[in-house]
Design a protein around this ligand. Sequence first.
Ligand code: ADP
Length: 712
Amino acid sequence: MFSESDANSSDNLPAFVAFCLIFLGILIGVSFINYQLFHAVVELASVVVGVSISALAWNSRYYSASRFFTVFGIALLGSSCLDLMHTLTYKGMGVLPGYGTNSATQLWIAARFLHSISLVVALLLINRPVKPAAILGGYSLAVAALLWSILYARIFPDCFLDGTGLTPFKKYSELVICLVFGIGMLLLRARRQQFSGKVYVLLQLSVLAAICAEFAFIFYVNVYGFSNMVGHVFKLTSFSLLYLGVIHTGLRDPLAVVFHELKQKDDQLVALNGQLLSANELLEQRVAERTADLNNMVEELHQKTSELEVEVAERQKAQEELKVAMEMAKAANRAKSSFLANMSHELRTPLNGVVGMAQLLDMTEVTDEQKEYLGILKTSADNLLSLINDILDITKIEAENYSLNNAEYSLRDAVAEVVKMQRRGIDEKGLKLSLELPDEIPDAVTGDRVRFMQILSNLLSNAVKFTEQGGVQISASVREYRDSALLLEIVVTDTGIGISPEFREHIFENFTQVDESYTRKYGGAGLGLAICSKLVELMGGDLWVESTERQGSSFHLMLPFVVPSCPNAVEEYRRTSEEDGIFAATHALPVLVAEDNPANMRYARKLLEKLGCQVTEVTDGRQALAEWERGDFKLILMDIQMPELRGDEVVKAIRQREQDTRIPIIAVTAHALNGDRERFLEAGCDEYVAKPFQMETLADAIRRLVVPDGQE
Ligand code: ADP
């Protein structure tokens, strides 16, 4: 509890106590020889202590924040004055003759009242702002008033009467003084935090000794009585302790007494400084940690940046390589496309002859055996043609060299045409066909009619191909129809062999068939569905299959269409009395056919003659131009790949030379690649028929060109 300075002063305490005890012993000894001397020394010692404390308190009044020592010190000056007067008037001293024991006792009581009450007051004012000069003035007046009332006016209550001894006032006063000192002790205890530990203990002991002294004086019998001597010894002890607590400690350890608050503040400052230092240390540690973190991050960043740089460089390199690879791929693709175009052309030309001749042969008188062979020949040629078409399609789609035509057409007619194409196969197998096209489905739609028919035709032909009994069904339903956008679901269902779940997963891949026995049994190359699925994808639709083995399959075709704003537009597509229209228009129609391949020429001539046309043949471009100039033709069938002058060059020349009239020209060519049609139409042709063509295809083209409006 005591500070370092407490400990230092404590070192001298035993010596001081020993000195006091020796001094006390001498004094007690002296009291037996000369009581007045004993009394005078005791009282003067307490007066000296009181005055010293006053001097200390007064001189430190500006530094001490605690007002206890200021008030109590000034008060002790007052009580010391009274004590001095008490000593001087003491019985037998003879300093102030005329004043007896009563006056000395009254001065004593007055001094003790002042002493005890001031202790309480000083403790109460400990933290209040007080003016030392005012306190000093107040005490001076009080002391003067007390001295006046005791020594001059003699109005102070009697304390000692000769003959009866102490008056009750004196005795009760001692008790009251004890009580006030007791209150002082309690207050002191309550404010102990304001004192250093040592000073607090010494003050408490001093007050306790003062109380003891008062008790001793209650039993006062006579001036030289034992209790009187004990009372004075206690008083001396009380003041010695006061001296020890205030003067001795105040001089040796001023921080403990006068500047106690300062010390407290200093301690707080030291503690604060300590906290600050540790906070600073912590801060420095944190800063160091953060700096280290930051450095690590910067390093990581550097590393990442260099990694990124390497990656960017690698990517750039990869991109360049990719560019080169892409160029190479494009070049390869171009080479492939041109190879395919050539191959397709080269294959189609002879195939056209084969198909044409077979058709013509079929129209002649043949034996049953020959008819059978002819059938096989036709089927093989058809299969070959469809294979060429499939391969061409898939290559074009995969080379992304494929664009869809967008034109208005009749959905119902397209479906009907597909059914018509497959009708023979359905009837041959004795299958039942049902068609469900509810009225809610709009008829006129915009899209690629040819491709739509190709998809549906493929699905229907597969359904027929893989169904031995039962039937096939085409049903359509509207999934969504908003403004002019129509989402249609067309389902082709059969009761055929079905598809196993494992196979179903790969069914839309190129060249996919269950096994080779299928090819033998059912024909086909496994390309149809792959083409369908790719076409559907191009159209922005979806194609999927649901199937149960040995029960049948359902191919779902979901396609978006644009519905033209005018619903009657479909009527433009509706063809009625097809045969009448064509025959009326082509009867005796003079037609110039330019074709260098004899078989094809023969095929074309025969077809045209069947339509009633009058055919003039030419076998190269120059002849064609010359013949056109000479004759009066109503239609030209122009092969494109011809010697001397190419077909498109002839067409261009004709278009340049024509004046008022414009002769309809149909380009007939094995060039079936994407964009060919547009190229020929641009050259001046009006229609385009790809070799090998069927009679209906050619008839259709002729009908479109020569049937006058309103005849259909
Ligand atoms: P293919 O020309 O060989 O018919 P596709 O791509 O059209 O080629 O069909 C691939 C295979 O899918 C067929 O060989 C057949 O095994 C199976 N398949 C297609 N449609 C059906 C169907 N309706 N019922 C059963 N199997 C089918």
